[in-house]
Design a protein. Structure first.
Length: 131
């Protein structure tokens, strides 16, 4: 389209090049954003990260991010937490995930992120609902 506008004399060569560069930049941003959202398996990037965690702290971080973005994925978080059941602290992680699953439904939308940050912090996690 920029070529057609230039042939008609409506835009200069510099304006055409600027438009083409802006279009390429926008396409690159869109592709990068899409890659972040979906992996080649069609899963969200957060879900892929959750499935590949090797430590409990890494799992807590990934679970918090996933549940902030997609709070309906609590069942998946609980299922994935069972991988750590035989590790030190794994039983507590599984219990914590069940507690988050049960209480997340009663947390107001505005308080959800704060609730998840408190529940999945490194130590001293609390799954109490304020107010």
């Amino acid at each position: 389209m920029a070529d057609a506008l230039q042939k008609l004399g409506l835009i200069s060569e510099a304006e055409k090049n600027e438009a083409l560069a802006g279009n390429a930049h926008t396409m690159n941003e869109r592709d990068l954003h899409f890659r972040k959202l979906a992996s080649k398996h069609g899963k969200s990037a957060s879900l892929d990260r959750l499935e590949t965690c090797s430590t409990i702290n890494e799992f807590k971080n990934a679970a918090k991010t996933l549940l902030i973005e997609q709070p309906h994925m609590t069942k998946v978080v609980v299922e994935q937490a069972h991988r750590f059941k035989n590790e030190p602290g794994g039983d507590k992680l599984v219990w914590l995930c069940y507690e988050v699953r049960d209480k997340l439904l009663s947390v107001a939308h505005l308080n959800r992120e704060r609730f998840l940050k408190r529940a999945f912090r490194r130590s001293g996690a609390t799954v109490e609902i304020e107010g």
